[in-house]
Design a protein around this ligand. Structure first.
Ligand code: CA
Ligand code: CA
Length: 244
């Protein structure tokens, strides 16, 4: 009977970390293409979205329904490149984010970037999380699995940077070539805004009373190690150590 009384308590403890939601998103549908920056359309509670912007090595170009840029001619790779599209978010203190996907559309002209990489600040833009081959004038829609990025705090920035410096036509990427970022389409129909999805979780240090309560829940139930880890029973301990 004691177990039955505790079931609702367990449910309420687990509920805030289940399904993926929009962490931050940007609507490119109404854009002319050459805006200098685009404010987020929305952001999750305890998240502040960063504006969609471009690096100093790029210039805006008109291409309706997208955020479009020219100037991709430089060959500097990764973090050193000034040719990038930037977006991201800042997590409020006391919270952490587990990411799920980055959903976006991309398109290059025949002399724009032939290969693009999705980079992020957590490894200082050194290794791409994903790469996109860009054929001439074709919209590429990608839902990138970023579920390996967990426990993110502070400011998290993503950048789209050219990998190499070769255009879809096989020549060096030209200054006049364009690259567009758009909303995410499925079978030609807009599915979502350009978006980052995941879950925002509280990581606040519990009050002494809450620690005692949590200890009771963890102790009374005789949960498995995985279950106790999910409930935060190992606060302040190495979660990989044998729970004592
Ligand atoms: Ca440039
Ligand atoms: Ca380039």
């Amino acid at each position: 009977m004691r177990f039955l009384y505790l079931v609702p308590v367990i449910s309420s403890l687990l509920v805030n970390s289940v399904s993926a939601m929009i962490v931050a998103d940007w609507n490119t549908a109404p854009l002319a293409g050459n805006e200098s920056s685009v404010s987020p359309a929305s952001a999750a509670t305890n998240i502040t979205g960063l504006s969609l912007t471009r690096g100093s090595g790029l210039a805006g170009s008109v291409a309706g329904g997208s955020f479009s840029s020219t100037g991709w001619d430089n060959n500097t790779q990764g973090a050193g490149s000034s040719e990038f599209i930037s977006f991201g978010f800042t997590v409020s203190p006391g919270f952490a984010v587990n990411l799920s996907t980055v959903d976006l559309g991309t398109r290059s002209s025949n002399t724009g970037p032939g290969t693009m990489g999705l980079y992020y600040s957590g490894n200082n833009f050194s290794v791409p999380l994903a790469s996109f081959t860009q054929p001439n004038g074709v919209f590429v829609n990608s839902s990138v699995d970023v579920s390996s990025l967990v426990g993110l705090t502070g400011t998290v920035e993503f950048r789209l940077i050219e990998i190499g410096n070769t255009a879809p036509n096989g020549s060096a990427t030209a200054n006049t070539g364009t690259f567009r970022v758009t909303d995410y389409f499925v079978s030609g129909v807009k599915s979502t805004n350009l978006e980052i999805t995941g879950a925002v979780n509280s990581v606040a240090v519990p009050e002494p009373g809450a620690v005692l309560f949590g200890g009771l829940v963890c102790g009374v139930l005789g949960l498995t190690v995985a279950g106790r880890r999910a409930l935060g029973c190992f606060h302040g301990k190495n979660p990989n150590a044998d729970p004592a």
